[in-house]
Design a protein around this ligand. Sequence first.
Ligand code: UGA
Length: 440
Amino acid sequence: MAAIALKCPRYKVTVVDVNEDRIKEWNSDRLPIYEPGLDNIIRKTRGVNLFFSTEIEKEIKEADIIFVSVNTPTKTFGLGAGMASDLQYWEKTAQAILENSEGPKIIVEKSTLPVKTAEAMERILRANSNNSQFEVVSNPEFLAEGTAMQDLLEPDRVLIGSHETESGLRAAEEIVNIYAHWVPRDRIITTNLWSAELSKLVANAFLAQRISSINSISALCEKTDADISEISYAIGSDRRIGPKFLKASVGFGGSCFKKDILNLVYIAESYGLSEVADYWRMVLKINEYQEERFVANIIKTMFNTVVGKKIAIFGFAFKANTGDTRESPAKFIAIKLIQEKAILSITDPQALRNAQIDLAGTGGEVTFDPDPYKAVEGASAIVVVAEWEVFKTLNYADIYKRMKKPALIFDGRNILDHQQLFKIGFNVYPIGKPNLTHFE
Ligand code: UGA
């Protein structure tokens, strides 16, 4: 919405939320999320044509176009629990729109939704007694956290799905016109409603599938002394494969990949396509396998026990450049190590607040320190979980001195200079590459 406000000065954009504290934060100097470049755009647009408010009913009444971006978490109860999307917030929003509208509106699905949600929403919206007319359009979001501003301002594509009726196509054109303020027309794709909804899930499933594919091969590399970075480079140089999303890691995290694949699996199953469901389920299974084998390797390498040993976790966010820790592999790893009675010190440039919340009640001995040099004091091992740039440029000779010997590094992102670390004296355990150890 901030990008629309920035690029379309003649539109008035109001963001509404039921959460008063959130809206207060959006109206303050301390935004509720960390996203590089966002504060700059908010500064330029807030109070000009971008507003944040809790007056939902009033704003619904006044709006011509409503983007619905409420969350659609995986259902935790009832039919489809653990797989399907929980659509209660979406439905409540549709009801609120219905109750507070006095004229025609375009409703834009921005949240990631299961295919055919638009149809269900239309049923709610058409159950009205007044003469409002609603046209539902799907406009899924493809931005990634940490690069959101760039993704929004220079998107690979914008996708807009609508009914292929006269009024549907007219509504789609209105949304196309918004993006056409800054996105070249040939990058604005229009499709039918269902294709747009399904494309969102499929895009995330394909991205996650690439990571699981390379991570599965990383396990094989560790058995054969092949090097996963060399393989990524070699296969990624084939233009048909391409180099992106081929970095082996501790596993993918974030609020979307798992949720969207579960959704895809659920949809496939509900249409009786069990082979399709199994195929995509394996992407998640490999991800869990990767996380589990990473922790198992830490414990095995530390002489099969981490009881009372201090381990420094470098990075708690689900990836670099965000404070978001949802589905972060770091959480899984930390909890496993706490269960094994390790002492953890966690460092992260942006995610410590969330890390504290995530680990509250786990009963472990855990400290949180924004300074990596302090976090490693007396530690036996460093575990790199998120690929923050700052971790690459630390003085590892100094860090080595502060640690207990033998000092171990488990580089779950392959971001460090392993040869250099080995020369300093570290025993180095990368992902999908031969270990470098001083042990006999
Ligand atoms: C993802 C998609 O990339 C966006 O296009 C989509 O809009 C978004 O989900 C969404 O549905 O909201 P995001 O979750 O922010 O974006 O982050 P990604 O950059 O896709 O990374 C996801 C996870 O994969 C991270 O844990 C990351 O570290 C991991 N990853 C990524 C790897 O392990 N290896 C790679 O090569 C790339």
